[in-house]
Design a binder for this molecule. Structure first.
Ligand code: GDP
Ligand code: IMO
Ligand code: MG
Length: 429
């Protein structure tokens, strides 16, 4: 058996949550391998809507095992709140939820550091979700981090105090007045108290040596889906650095974030929107500042699932999509939010960039500082409501042409088209 991977090919929010939920009946285990509560994965069915931050999106299918892998970073208070909300809605999460002992903890002081570092950058800020992601992964790499498993050891308190003191000094050095800063609406001291109590709760859940756990599942013939967070263009190595997140969001992250050998990776399912969005700072060459961009935001309800921030919107960027397909070894594409383009007369697709007087089709090293002017192809819009279409035969010709154009450009077939937020709104090609 091999493990399949589903991940985002753009700047996140492609609709990963929806598709993982849709695919879960075909899998026994769903596992998150990187990122933390900067993620917001939305799932809608039966008129209900859930947003998951740390818990894998397989949780709505009873019987599916959900694993939070070693590559994920966890804020116990956010995870506890997520679990409580699901339990209140009648979903018994804890029975099938397993957490890696090696997953690192986001400490309350990591949240302060994130805020302090962003404030110190001024206009050059990353536009972080302020969930403590950068500082926590920094401490992991610098070998200062504390893992969930460490919190069960006797020396946890002293290690916690040591990091807390060190972090507060760093925050002070950045001239950040944390006494007036609110973490999720609370003063630091109140937040920390609840965080420590939430940690006790998380320790009572099923903690496992997840690399053994997942490889045993594989050996037993179980079908496993790895669920990516963020998107390829936010990858720490291959994204628009420094405007990225702090983990490997690409398929390579599955190996280190779960303890899976590269030859055990099977299908790589890449998902993308029929246009592009981005939250936070960083280059976005096809970004629209006109009524077309406004229409995408309105039709697509493009506001962050984690922070509520309006998402920047623009046309689909095919050189960037092809780059993402190359990096991940994508074997099938899923096109999301096609319905958002229903009312457009004409659709644009970037096929190259003008850069320093040349026309190029790759992403240059200095894409963050040099202007990349998109070169567009234009195709007619389909001007039809897709929301209730059920079969590939129903698809309007203009949409079929749009899909064919993308397939020809990136050389991978589109296997699924999503036509609305609900679980049932999709067309298998
Ligand atoms: P994720 O982070 O990749 O899981 O994506 P998000 O949940 O952050 O953002 C995707 C948003 O689009 C959510 O509000 C989904 O409910 C919604 N969505 C997903 N697929 C579709 C679709 O095909 N059409 C429309 N209109 N909305 C969709
Ligand atoms: P999902 O999994 C979209 C963005 C932030 C910011 C940058 C760094 O829902 O697709 P961080 O908090 O990681 O330090 O922020 O990355 N970002 C996301 N954008 N979707 C996400 O997750 C994101 N997670 C982080 O907006 O620009
Ligand atoms: Mg999201």
């Amino acid at each position: 058996m091999k493990i399949d991977v589903l991940l985002g090919l753009q700047w996140g929010d492609e609709g990963k949550g929806k598709i993982v939920d849709v695919l879960t009946p075909d899998y026994d285990v769903v596992a998150r391998f990187q990122g933390g509560p900067n993620a917001g994965h939305t799932i809608e069915f039966d008129g209900k809507k859930f947003v998951l931050h740390t818990i894998p999106s397989g949780v709505f299918n009873p019987g599916c095992i959900n694993l939070i892998g070693n590559g994920v970073i966890i804020d116990p208070l956010i995870l506890q709140a997520e679990i409580k909300k699901l339990v209140q809605s009648g979903i018994d999460v804890t029975k099938n939820l397993f957490i890696s002992r090696k997953a690192h903890l986001i400490l309350p002081t990591h949240r302060l550091m994130d805020a302090a570092q962003e404030a110190s950058k001024g206009a050059a800020k990353i536009g972080s979700t302020l969930k403590g992601i950068g500082p926590t992964y920094t401490d992991k790499i610098a070998r200062n981090g504390i893992r969930i498993g460490d919190s069960c050891l006797e020396n946890f308190k002293s290690r916690y105090e040591l990091q807390r003191t060190r972090h507060l000094k760093l925050v002070k050095d950045l001239d950040f007045d944390y006494s007036s800063y609110k973490i999720d609406g609370q003063d630091f001291d109140a937040y920390e108290k609840q965080w420590l109590s939430a940690l006790e709760f998380i320790k009572s859940l099923q903690l496992v040596d997840s690399e053994y756990f997942i490889n045993e599942q594989l050996a037993a013939g179980k079908r496993i889906l790895a669920e990516g967070a963020q998107g390829t263009l936010l990858d720490i190595d291959f994204g628009s650095y420094p405007f990225v997140t702090s983990s490997n969001t690409t398929s390579a992250g599955v190996c280190s974030g779960l303890g899976i050998a590269p030859n055990k990776v099977g299908e790589v399912l890449g998902i993308f929107k029929a246009y592009c969005t981005r939250v936070g700072s960083g280059p976005f060459s096809t970004e629209l500042f006109d009524e077309d961009g406004e229409l995408m935001r309105k039709q697509g309800n493009e506001f962050g699932s984690t922070t509520g921030r309006p998402r920047r919107c623009g046309w689909i960027d095919l050189p960037a999509l092809k780059y993402a397909v190359m990096l991940n070894g994508v074997t099938a594409l899923f096109m999301m939010k096609a319905d958002v383009l229903d009312s457009f007369e004409r659709l644009k697709l970037a096929v190259a960039y003008r850069y320093k007087g040349e026309v190029i089709t790759h992403l240059p090293f200095d894409a963050c500082t040099q202007e990349l002017e998109p070169v567009y192809e234009e195709l007619p819009g389909w001007k039809t409501t897709l929301q209730d279409m059920k079969s590939a035969n129903d698809l309007p010709q203009a949409l079929q042409d749009f899909i064919r154009f993308i397939e020809d450009y990136v050389n991978v077939p589109v296997k699924l088209v999503s036509t609305g937020p609900d679980r049932l709104q999709l067309i298998r090609m």
